[in-house]
Design a protein around this ligand. Sequence first.
Ligand code: AGP
Length: 611
Amino acid sequence: MCGIIGYAGHRDAGTVMMAGLKRMEYRGYDSAGLAVVGDRLEVRKAAGKLANLERQLQTHPIGEAHLGIGHTRWATHGGPTDANAHPHLGPAGRVALVHNGIIENADALRAELAGAEFRSETDSEVAAHLLERAVVGGRTLVEAMREVVARLEGTFTLVAIDANTPGTVVAARRNSPLVIGVGDGERFLASDVASFIEYTREAVELGQDQIVEITATTHTVTGFDGTPGTTRAYHIDWDLAAAEKGGYDWFMRKEIFEQPKAVADTLLGRITARGELALDETRIDPAQLRLVDKIVVVACGTAYHAGLIAKYAIEHWTRLPVEVEIASEFRYRDPVITPTTLVVTISQSGETADTLMATRHAREQHAKVISICNTNGATIPRESDAVIYTHAGPEIGVASTKGFTTQLIACYLLGLYLAQVRGTKFGDEIAELVEELEALPAKMQAVLDDLGLTLTLARDLLREPVYLFLGRHVGYPVALEGALKLKEIAYVHAEGFAAGELKHGPIALVENRLPVFIVVPPRGRDQLHDKVVSNIQEVRARGARTIVLAEAGDDEAAAFADTYLPLPSVPTLFQPVLAILPLQVFACEVASQKGYDVDQPRNLAKSVTVE
Ligand code: AGP
């Protein structure tokens, strides 16, 4: 997620921009920039950390200005380079613009601007061109913004300035957040109140599909249709630390609640109007994909659990054998890899050494490698043949949450794409599954809106020494991931098992009041459901306290639950995207109640860059 700031007021704009960008560094970024309008429009931007931008400002100082925009970029379209850094300019350098979000129809719009000189690979620059073309054509910046947003598809917050109207900053918001800071003789625009909280605590939330024009003393809000906009003013009573987490106590908790949007963003632009998959980043010739006779998924930790779920989906849809390997084991077992093997590496950071070495090993064996990654331009995607980026935005908490659910989405997209390319699924079957994928964000939100029981459970079970997690089919990797979350942030013994494996040993662990979480598949899939219900009975008969995650209305499973956590109905293969949510929340709450550092748990790093 990018960080945006805009300013109109009496202070030095360059100073306000840099201070604001610093306040947003925690969000994660890979380039930064700013633009001001004093006696002229000036832009400074640089890949890498803010120190690079500061260096530029020292060697090439900007003139006095009291109006400007700033941006920290988390690369989605186009790698982290100076050219791709924001702000972006129109062709004549009259308008500067920063953008947060994904413009889905950027390629089509770029094609319309035939002959235009683009300086970057970004979708955002297209908006700068359109905006400048409109103001050069005589529109005010607000009128031009209104015209441009009517052409854009996707999610976007745009903030722009025009060299010829030095007193105003104009912004438009669709989905990605934007807040107005109301100061004395100054106004701020920001994706994050942390960037202006030191100047003012009075804020106005910009609503969906609204445009705002700020000057030093005014802010005028209208709808995309030009009608007056209603807004909500509020006083920010967070301290700065809380402001950086959007009011949440932990980045992990914030990221848990960002998952519906992260999943929606990861789906954006990958499904055509006809419900077909368009994974344009997979730069592997479909003819080669049709020759693939085996898939090997390689990853670590949470990403490995995502790979285990991918196996069920991809095998079912493509009829290709899928092996899932722990990266640190992969290359030491002398795996059978040939030029017709497709290796899929999954990594949130894109820097995990074990996974990187596995990638290199696969390529030495002449296999094609597709990387699923959340970090644009990271080492693993750079060393792969193709990449499917997840669009979760920076994941700050060490315990991966939105990284996991967006990895699942990317795996589903890849599986359906392979089925489409290889013809193992008809178009209407794929369209049906795509529809179910697109319904997931709303169902995830429904789960996150109803966490009362889960939070109570965390307090009731706070002092337990051992927790078991059971699941079958795709519920089994969910059990593993639920156990990992608890292990890594609450430092307790938690273990996930295949439910059918219980009777082969682990059931000896079950004793009175032992908490056992069981993920129950939706009803209807042959005996899968019934078998898991009997597993619940087995542990309950031995005194376990059963926490059952099952479809809402599943009375059969609920009958054996001490605590029943209902889930919205989804196809079996997609249930992990929902079932993991209460387990993430449970682990976060237990660790938080224990007083541990949820975001930076002991002994762990966000990215393990050593083997
Ligand atoms: C998960 O919560 C952990 N942070 C860890 O298992 C992580 O998933 C693993 O280290 C892989 O990291 P990556 O996705 O960045 O490669």
